[in-house]
Ligand binder design. Structure first.
Ligand code: BES
Ligand code: ZN
Ligand code: ZN
Length: 485
């Protein structure tokens, strides 16, 4: 949970734990530092130091030298990274607050610095019996002429949503069952005045959500489908945008048990798409975004038992199409497919799935970016890339040619649930497309959802990937320009 307070101040900062954001030394107000300090700072800047720390016995001051690259997105990311360096420093030295003194002429750059600082200050300690000793970093005071209270509040909401997403991803399946995940969504929705509805097992059986029920067969925990709806009166889109998040709270592979050593260790993260979508909804509502958005979260675990669905089974899906199961580890597409056909009744103008769907996506481009594909207009997909670059939640477009779907042909059913072992993220996308409403985008976040080593402003564990991307994308979405009729 977030326990960081953000505070916009109008008074003069005290020279204690202050981080001065500058482009060059002339931007440091005169009289703050002594001549000897200025000399030292000057020398460090000449040596290309971007982060300069000055120690005063019990406190510190920092000089942050903002990069001047021509590309704005690169500068924003550099500042997030320097924010993370400051976070490491203040943790080591038990600094409990920081004054950020903005001397730049821009509102995005200081916010990016604070974003990196805050994102890097996350930790998940719920299951540690020994509580951390010493003072905890708990406050960021911002001194800036360029930033409004509203800007800062927006950033605070974004950070809170990312923290909450990481918390959910870091929760083990022993706590976070499908029912519990639905409860979390209900709790969030109630606090944010989002409409919410949970379908429990009986209802899912009644409406014949065959894909979700098949994956759930081996489990002792019932499945859920959660629907959240944010519909402001001033919505700019006529038809809703639908977001669908994969909520596999644990993926053992099922009877097609995961074959690679240790590959099950991180599979509590298989609901990261769901966590990102739930918290995106929260953030849209908290910031009163003028877009009508519906979220669907199909959730279950994927386990082995005598009742598990098995390779060779034929499953009748929610929309009546039949699927020959060739691998029970390809379970994400089974539950997403049902949610996609369920979404058709809303006649959405755009539908996006967010899912830790394939190892193939990770093998293709690693953990630094997600992959996406789809049949939405190219302008819409370009807007997604712009948001990805702005937020540095990067994503790369994969082809979505129809011949990839040929691998899904089955002799006994309408389709198989896997293709060959090549290009697996694309065949997975093509499988989903068979169930999707028109204008469909699929984002495969298998590589970016969970890190086993620390990177910049990402601690080990859930990254929260997707929230900043989706919210930026939706807030810059203009249906008149990007969606063909
Ligand atoms: N949850 C996995 C994908 C995954 C892999 C997520 C690595 C996060 C990190 C998914 O359900 C899965 O098992 N996919 C299989 C599909 C295959 C059987 C066609 C895969 O990618 O190996
Ligand atoms: Zn799987
Ligand atoms: Zn999975």
């Amino acid at each position: 949970m977030i326990d960081l307070i953000f505070n916009l101040r109008n008074d003069r900062p005290q020279l204690v734990n202050s981080a001065f954001l500058i482009e060059n030394i002339d931007q440091l107000q005169s009289g703050i530092f002594s001549d000897r300090e200025i000399d030292y700072i000057q020398h460090q800047i000449e040596n290309n130091k971007k982060f300069i720390s000055l120690n005063y016995y019990y406190h510190w001051n920092y000089i942050i030298v903002t990069p001047t690259n021509s590309c704005k997105n690169d500068r924003l990311e550099e500042l997030r990274k320097i924010g993370a360096i400051v976070a490491v420093h203040i943790k080591k030295h038990e600094v409990n607050f920081v004054n950020v003194v903005d001397n730049l002429n821009d509102y995005q750059l200081p916010l990016a610095f604070i974003e990196g600082l805050a994102l890097a200050s996350y930790s998940f300690k719920k299951y540690k019996t020994e509580k951390p000793k010493g003072q905890k970093f708990g406050r960021i005071n911002l001194f800036s002429q360029n930033i409004t209270q509203k800007n800062l509040e927006h950033l605070e909401s974004v950070i809170t949503a990312v923290y909450k997403t990481r918390d959910l991803v870091n929760e083990p399946a022993s706590y976070l069952t499908a029912e519990k995940l639905a409860d979390e969504a209900v709790q969030i929705a109630k606090n944010a005045t989002i409409e919410v509805e949970v379908f429990h097992k009986e209802k899912l059986q009644k409406i014949k959500m065959g894909g979700l029920l098949a994956v759930n067969q081996g489990s002792t925990e019932p499945p859920t489908l959660t629907k959240m709806e944010w519909k402001p009166t001033n919505a700019l889109n006529e038809k809703p945008i639908v977001l669908i998040g994969k909520g596999v709270v644990y993926d053992s592979g099922g009877l097609s048990l995961k074959p690679t050593e240790n590959s099950m260790d991180e599979m509590k993260c298989d609901m990261a798409g769901a966590a990102a979508v739930i918290n995106t909804m929260d953030l849209l509502a908290n910031t009163q975004a003028p877009y009508h958005v519906i979220a669907l979260i199909p959730a279950t675990d994927n386990r082995l038992s005598a009742n598990s669905y098995a390779p060779g089974d034929v499953v009748t899906m929610y929309d009546g199409q039949t699927v020959e199961v060739m691998n029970t580890d390809a379970e994400g597409r089974m539950i997403l497919a049902d949610a996609l056909s369920y979404a058709k009744q809303f006649d959405p103008e755009l539908t996006i799935t967010v899912a830790t769907l394939t190892g193939s996506a990770v093998r293709a481009i690693g953990e630094r970016a997600s992959v996406f594909m789809g049949n939405a207009p190219q302008e819409t997909m370009l807007k997604l890339v712009e948001s990805a670059n702005r937020t540095h939640e990067r994503t790369v477009q994969f082809p979505f040619w129809d011949d990839y779907a040929e691998e899904l042909k089955s002799d006994v059913a309408d389709m198989k649930n896997i293709g060959s072992n090549l290009g697996g993220s694309i065949t997975a996308g093509k499988f989903l497309e068979k169930f999707a409403p028109k204008n469909f985008i699929h984002i495969d976040i298998a590589g970016t959802a969970f890190y086993t080593k620390e990177r910049e402003y990402y601690p080990i564990g859930g990254t929260g990937y997707g929230v900043r991307l989706l919210v930026d994308f939706i807030n810059n979405y203009n249906n008149k320009k990007t969606i063909a009729e």
